[in-house]
Design a protein around this ligand. Structure first.
Ligand SMILES: [Zn+2]
Length: 625
């Protein structure tokens, strides 16, 4: 946009104001506007008038652009502080009182931008007479008012998705609202950094631009963490009801008794008074934002930090309960829930694991001898299997699971043979028909199996999963990136009669993180991985299980975590991932299953072992023919 166009835009805005016959009071603030005009349309207070006093810390955030020289406001926070409402109030203020082109960016067009436009912004417009009045009425064959783009007197608002270059690349805007920036793709293919593209839209407005970035953080060095630290880093200080000393609520000062979240209080830093739930919320009214870095390099950036202890809609009990759950999972080797809790409850970024992996020699050294004639020790209650399909062989790993997902590596085999031919698949039938000898005298079959369908044998894997569906054999495809360990399946139709087989997507990054972290545990119990002292559980198996490290890389200045292979062969880790996916697919109650085994009478005469099961070692599979 040229300078002339900028002037043009301003003249347009001025003309629009004159036409509308309304001149706003020059000192009206966003919070005052919201108190006067906005009706809440969602959440527990829907239908009531907006009151900034309900969560008074919002005033400083909404009104930050009224401070002299402020162009960029960054808010790093938990997920529950009223962020969407503050963004809408800011946009609505500009629609009604200070018209200008506005762009709101959500992480995705579908569903997030559509949701924001349809279910958050539109109801607010409909509920406010002043906004209804300024927003163009929808007319047939008129593109000026659609779900994602609306014009109003003197300006227009567009809602876009950071995953779409088209929705970021359009005309200049003066107000840019960037929601959940840590969930944006770091860059758009062929276009460069997503944030840079968005920022460019405001260049023409120079110092009059207003950019609001809000997000819960992800990793340290992520976009919202970076912008928070470029700003003056304000925290909301409140007076202790006992001694009056001003202080910020800190997680470090939260106290509770005996794992009971209902006893949670915040200890005053000065007098150790235990601030209870009623005091916690009541003190908000007397709070003020205090910058921790007032002498930052760029005074045009201000930043705010908030976490859930400030929210009148949360309770300390919920916060502590969430922490205790996350810590239990972490002790069992699953750090994902703790990361999420830190990001979305504390509003703090997480320092990524720098790739301190597990040494294979440590695994070999701690192998355990199981009792004679026992394939599965007492505490393991359920068996699952992961199968990797190569052109010339099937590889499999059988894992036993007990309460707390404590696990035992029970079996590891190679079934050689051209996998386009029936032979190796018939061998797999035999494995599925086999029952392992349990320490309590019973025999355990494999409960569920995941087979990788990527590679050259996709149709054969579908065939096999279809045929063995009753044995809970699942076709899976591994995908990296932030996704759950198992997603809901996509039905795949194949073959002449177009049979349907569910294909499950396995989030390999999350599953690998769990295995690598659990393999590093050193005390038996929740999450611990037991490895048998057998010939097949050798250096090679240990090396394969520990074959990847989590490393942090910068991609266009944004930190991302990626798994990096530190050796060529890693099938054992892949199979362990599939065995975990199989467990999560059938999600058995491991406590109940273990209890059942203890009460089940052992068979009086042991079932004879089928031939061919005498020796099992890598590459040493002997067919029982
Ligand atoms: Zn005090």
């Amino acid at each position: 946009m040229t300078g002339l166009e900028v002037v043009g835009a301003d003249v347009q805005a001025l003309l629009a104001r004159v036409r509308s016959g309304y001149a706003p009071p020059p000192d009206l603030r966003v919070s005052e506007f919201a108190d006067a005009e906005i009706v809440l349309t969602s959440g527990p207070l829907a239908g009531t008038h907006w009151q900034t006093d309900f969560a008074p810390y919002q005033r400083g955030i909404m009104d930050a652009f009224h401070e002299t020289g402020v162009q960029i406001v960054a808010v790093m926070g938990s997920s529950q502080w009223g962020k969407t409402s503050c963004c809408i109030n800011l946009a609505a203020f500009h629609m009604a009182h200070d018209p200008c082109p506005i762009l709101v960016v959500e992480p995705t067009v579908e569903p997030m931008a559509m949701d924001f436009a349809k279910h958050r912004l539109q109801p607010v417009i409909d509920a406010s007479p002043r906004l209804r009045d300024v927003v163009a009425k929808k007319r047939s064959r008129d593109a000026s008012n659609t779900i994602l783009a609306k014009s109003f007197r003197g300006g227009a608002i567009a809602i876009g998705g950071a995953n779409s270059a088209a929705s970021l690349a359009a005309r200049s805007v003066r107000l840019l609202i960037l929601d959940e920036v840590d969930r944006y793709p770091a860059e758009l293919p062929g276009e460069g950094s997503t944030l840079a593209i968005a920022f460019k839209r405001t260049t023409a407005y120079g110092r009059r631009r207003r950019i609001m970035l809000v997000s819960s953080p992800t990793l340290t060095g992520g976009p919202i963490d970076v912008w928070f630290h470029r700003g003056d880093q304000r925290r909301y200080h409140v007076p202790c009801p006992a001694c009056g000393v001003m202080q910020a609520y800190k997680w470090a000062n939260v106290r509770w008794v005996d794992r009971d979240p209902r006893t949670a209080r915040i200890a005053c830093e000065a007098c150790e008074h235990l601030i209870d739930e009623a005091e916690r919320v009541a003190m908000l009214e007397f709070g003020q934002w205090v910058p921790e870095a007032p002498d930052r390099a760029d005074p045009s950036v201000v930043s705010f930090h908030l976490w859930e202890a400030y929210s009148p809609l949360s309770t300390l009990a919920d916060i502590v309960a969430g922490f205790l759950r996350a810590r239990d999972a972490q002790k069992a080797g699953d750090a994902a829930e703790m990361h999420t809790w830190q990001n979305t409850t504390l509003g703090e970024p997480v320092e990524p694991d720098q790739g301190a992996g597990v040494e294979p020699s440590a695994l070999v050294a701690r192998r355990e001898a199981w009792p004679d004639g026992v394939d599965v020790p007492d505490r393991a209650a359920v068996l699952t299997m992961g199968v990797d399909v190569q052109d010339d062989r099937l590889e499999l790993l059988v894992v036993g699971w007990g309460p707390g997902e404590e696990s035992w590596i029970v079996d590891r085999q190679t079934l050689p043979g051209d996998t386009s031919q029936p032979d190796p698949w018939e061998s797999l039938d035999e494995v599925l028909a086999h029952e392992y000898r349990h320490g309590l005298g019973v025999r355990l079959p494999i409960t569920a199996t995941c087979i990788d369908s990527a590679g050259h044998r996709t149709a054969l894997v579908y065939d096999y999963a279809f045929r063995m569906a009753a044995r809970r054999v699942f076709a899976i495809i591994g995908r990296d990136g932030q996704r759950p360990i198992v997603s809901s399946p996509a039905p795949k139709r194949w073959g002449q009669d177009r049979r349907k087989v569910p294909l499950y997507t396995v989030g390999v990054d999350a599953a690998k993180a769990i295995w690598i972290s659990r393999l590093g545990l050193t005390e038996a119990g929740r999450g611990f991985v037991h490895i048998p002292l057998t010939d097949w559980a050798d250096e090679e198996l240990a090396a394969q299980l520990t074959s990847e490290r989590l490393v942090r890389r910068y991609e266009k200045g944004v930190p991302v975590q990626r798994w990096k292979k530190i050796r060529a062969r890693n099938e054992a880790l892949d199979m362990a991932v599939y065995a975990l996916a199989a467990l999560r697919l059938v999600h058995p109650d491991l406590e109940a299953a273990a209890a059942r085994l203890r009460t089940e009478p052992a068979p009086s005469t042991p079932t004879p072992r089928p031939p061919g099961w005498i020796r099992r070692r890598p590459g040493g599979w002997l067919r029982g023919r």
